[in-house]
Design a protein around this ligand. Sequence first.
Ligand SMILES: CC(=O)c1csc(NC(=O)C2C[NH2+]C2)n1
Length: 130
Amino acid sequence: EEQEEDVLRELRLFLRNITERLSLDRRFKAFTKPVDIEEVPDYLMVIKKPMDLSTLLTNIDQHKYVTVGEFMADADFIWKNALEYNPDSDPMDRNIRHRACALKDTVRAIIRDELDEDFERVCEEIRESR
Ligand SMILES: CC(=O)c1csc(NC(=O)C2C[NH2+]C2)n1
């Protein structure tokens, strides 16, 4: 009903705000757009579910997420994929793994600091009712 749509509208505003703040952080530049398969042809052989910050924004606008937990599951693919695709000890790999870990910690810190648990519980009730 209307109250539920008000909750989901507020969820989308919260998720867009987080995603836009991450996209502005220079540490996360490598995560802002899908990996260019022409530049990195073997990427899709290694990574089964590519994800990036611009795709998160598109998903938000397409009403894909009804809870913060669903959003976090997709956001986690961004850093998990980077750790998987960049396992070596060479400086490039280590640098992107460092940024991937910073992304993971930053998402969790924002949500711990800014998400009201009661709001997420209301979102989960809406999800279960659908
Ligand atoms: C987004 C992401 O994880 C990514 C983009 S390029 C890259 N890795 C490299 O270009 C090479 C350094 N060792 C492979 N990883």
